[in-house]
Design a protein around this ligand. Structure first.
Ligand code: ADP
Ligand code: MG
Length: 378
């Protein structure tokens, strides 16, 4: 069944016992709140008690913004639901509570994070709280270290591999992050003044070699449960607490991918705030804090942790960060942080600086020794 505001009322009545929040004769108020491309997200509240509300996320069997001619398996929501279970089990309070998952209708009923703000919006406004970055670092550190291949028994690893074999979504990421931006593809676009920089990138053999190496890592390394889309739009802030959402790309993969995406979006924000030194300085602190919190969790789980393990995760993350920055500048999905700059010469300056930085991260990701070395380059 496909859900829309009209069919939702009947759906909620049918499923009221499973969802367990509303009474049988509740009058519902339904509001579409989603801003994403793939799915529909609704806030449903009890008209008599507006403070009683939930969020429903529904995956139609196609890409929402493109319509039924662009099919996409609804299984993506199964992975999101599994990830939410893992997150809530391992890091209490770091993700919305899941009330019910209905695979047949592809609907997750979850906690309504009322009055939450999207982290990306805060960063755009220049409000940077390094404590949020620390919480996200800790969240990643806990999920990754507790599911890390060297820290779990064979049975658990096998189970993770099976439960998070999200190959359809993984291959979408492979295309949009690692391949399309560097080929002639209809979804690519960039500010016209950037054309020669893009051309240079597409003919840089060292860059292309590193990109293909990172793509290989992305597709084959199986280390731990990876969120797969942990950019600053996938973190909500509620009462100074970071809440991770939108895990439909979750897969069993190279854990550095999450750090890389997260850092890349802080770095894009950094370049967008050209001349705002106080904001830039807070963003740098946030990046450092993320890593500090992340490694602390790894060391807690495994006192005998090999330094090489964290070094590999770090260097993978740097390479992935570079590619994420680049695809957000020249690929299909740009970031609001930079798209919102109306002064075109300024936008071009920001994009060129970010593009050069991202390129260096990709080409030299195996040479960076620590996060301080990355920050020193800014
Ligand atoms: P999509 O996969 O379509 O991108 P998301 O999971 O990112 O959907 O959700 C889209 C938007 O809906 C979020 O940016 C946020 O504003 C809102 N949202 C999602 N989940 C919740 C929630 N549990 N509580 C409050 N708002 C939410
Ligand atoms: Mg999504």
């Amino acid at each position: 069944m496909e859900l829309n505001p009209d069919t939702l009322q009947g759906y909620l009545r049918n499923r009221h016992a499973e969802i367990g929040v509303f009474g049988l004769d509740t009058e519902f108020r339904v509001e579409e709140i989603g801003d994403g491309n793939l799915n529909t997200v609704y806030r449903v509240s009890d008209t008599a008690r507006p403070e009683c509300s939930i969020v429903l996320k529904h995956a139609p069997p196609y890409i929402k913004v493109l319509g039924p001619d662009y099919p996409l398996s609804t299984e993506r929501l199964t992975y999101e639901s599994r990830a939410l279970d893992v997150y809530n089990r391992l890091v209490s309070g770091a993700a919305p509570v899941q009330y019910n998952f209905d695979a047949e209708s592809a609907v997750i009923a979850m906690e309504d994070l009322r009055n939450a703000r999207v982290l990306q919006a805060d960063l755009i406004a220049g409000t940077v709280d390094p404590l949020i970055a620390e919480q996200v670092g800790r969240f990643m550190g806990i999920v990754h270290s507790r599911t890390y291949i060297d820290n779990v028994d064979g049975e658990t690893a096998h189970c993770c591999r099976r439960q998070f074999a999200n190959t359809i979504m993984q291959s979408i990421t492979a295309d949009y992050v690692f391949t399309f931006p560097y080929t002639e593809h209809e979804t690519n676009f960039w500010t016209p003044g950037l054309a020669s920089d893009v051309q240079q990138l597409k003919t840089d053999s060292n860059f292309l070699r590193q990109t293909s190496h990172l793509k290989q890592l992305f597709l084959t390394v199986q280390q731990g449960i990876t969120h797969g889309d942990l950019h600053t739009g996938s973190v909500l802030i509620q009462d100074n607490t970071a809440k991770v959402i939108d895990a439909e790309f979750a897969f069993y993969g190279p854990v550095g991918f999450d750090l890389g995406l997260y850092w890349a979006n802080y770095l894009l924000s950094y370049f967008s705030h050209q001349d705002a030194l106080r904001v830039q300085s807070a963003l740098k602190t946030a990046i450092v804090q993320t890593w500090h919190a992340y490694t602390t969790e790894f060391k807690t789980v495994d006192a005998g942790l090999k330094a090489q393990t964290l070094q590999n995760i770090f260097q993978d993350a740097i390479g992935f960060a570079g590619l994420e920055m680049l695809r957000r500048l020249i690929g299909a999905a740009h970031v609001k942080d930079i798209e919102g700059i109306v002064d075109i010469p300024r936008k071009l300056r920001v994009e060129r600086a970010a593009l050069q930085f991202g390129t260096t991260l990709v080409k030299q990701h195996r040479s960076f020794q620590d996060v301080a070395a990355v920050i020193a380059m800014l």
